[in-house]
Design a protein around this ligand. Structure first.
Ligand code: SF4
Length: 370
């Protein structure tokens, strides 16, 4: 059966102020043992799921482009030795501007990576500094241009909205600069200040003030309208792509398709089982077992709704039935009536999806479905 493969590379040059991902700065001495542990887990997971046909590969982090080219070469070698890929599989690697080398990109190319995703965030230096990013916009331009010279043409740029001090003029300028690099895909995420991050304590102390909801909404609308004018289709709350360039790996996650996660903190989901590898680097390197859970049929159905309603296509009633053996009508028909009456949800042509008004009220709608 087809499945995604996710590989986590948890190393970063320094920790960004807002980051609560499993990423570690100053741990370069652990890179060699990490590559070894990854190869071992790749062998083990391939043996555990011998029927898995990999339709998408996503190398995320952390900063995968900080991983030495020779180690990435070994890891990808193992991936191809032990897993079978479907022809034309989408293979993405996340890269951070300022860490990308020709040698690294050549290794990715050699192993069939055909999509790159750059953490660009914003084009204004003060905003990048506030986020604790290590790059300047110039580095974004250099990295993207280098990638193009080496034959990568499917390129995503991640941008951020809702930053302290960020104005609509900043967002407009960032979009213009991003579009001038001809990406095929843009992800525009609102900043979430998670507890335990440096930015959280700065906001708590009143050093930074977050924009209000209206400002953030205007920034988001500016993105949507600008990108639509440039031929990008919004296919998920935060994601925009030129025709045929949506991220298949993410779409599969939102359609609740199975994937195998490898690496520190990586999650996986196959059949009814979901697992998460140890989020601590020493624990992962010591071979500590993942945490596993079995998903109940009720939770599985709710997940299908929760993930599917993030996308513009919504949830297919046919796919829901073939996945769960119950019709969407029998499980959620009654609960959907209120949001449909309120104009937040539509049910048309065998699909259930959020309307424009419903997109920003997704959480409320999900609570009602739950
Ligand atoms: S580059 Fe990404 S993963 Fe690394 S610290 Fe910054 S936000 Fe976190």
């Amino acid at each position: 059966m087809e499945a995604g493969l996710y590989i986590h590379i948890p190393f970063c040059k320094s920790k960004c102020a807002y980051c609560d991902f499993a990423s570690f700065a100053g741990a370069e001495d652990k890179m060699v043992p990490y590559a070894r542990a990854l190869q071992q887990e790749i062998r083990q997971k391939a043996a555990q799921y011998p029927d898995a046909l990999i339709s998408t590969l996503f190398i995320g982090g952390g900063t995968p482009s900080l991983f030495p080219a020779a180690l990435m070469d070994q890891v990808l070698q193992s991936v191809h030795e032990h897993f079978t890929f479907v022809p034309g599989a989408e293979c993405t690697c996340e890269c951070n501007p300022g860490t990308v080398t020709e040698e690294f990109l050549a290794v990715l190319k050699k192993h069939g990576i055909n999509r790159l995703s750059f953490g660009a965030q914003a084009s204004q230096e003060p905003l990048l500094q506030l986020l604790g990013r290590i790059h300047r916009w110039q580095d974004v331009e250099q990295s993207v241009n280098l990638a193009k010279q080496l034959g990568f043409h499917n390129i995503n740029l991640d941008l951020m909205l809702g930053l302290p001090g960020q104005t609509e003029a900043h967002v407009k300028e960032t979009l213009e600069k991003a579009l001038s690099l001809s990406p095929t895909h843009l992800s525009c995420y609102g900043l979430i200040v998670e507890e335990g991050t440096r930015m959280h304590s700065q906001v708590e102390k009143g050093l930074w003030q977050l924009p209000d909801e209206d400002t953030e909404r205007r920034q988001y609308d500016l993105c949507r309208h600008t990108l639509q004018r440039h031929g990008f289709m919004q296919y998920e709350i935060s994601n925009f792509a030129l025709p045929h360039f949506h991220c298949r790996h993410n779409m599969d996650c939102w359609q609740r398709k199975e994937y195998i996660g490898v690496g520190c903190a990586a999650c996986g989901f196959m059949g009814r089982k979901r697992w998460q590898n140890p989020p601590s680097l020493p624990a992962y390197l010591a071979g500590e077992a993942p945490q596993e859970e079995f998903i109940s049929p009720r939770d599985a159905m709710f997940e299908t709704m929760m993930l599917g309603l993030r996308t513009m296509d919504g949830v297919s009633e046919e796919a829901f039935f073939s996945m769960h053996g119950h019709s969407l009508e029998s499980v959620y028909g009654e609960k959907l009536q209120k949001p449909i009456r309120e104009g937040l949800v539509k049910r048309e042509n065998g699909r259930v999806f959020l309307t424009e008004a419903g997109l920003s009220l997704q959480n409320r709608i999900l609570v009602e479905l739950l």
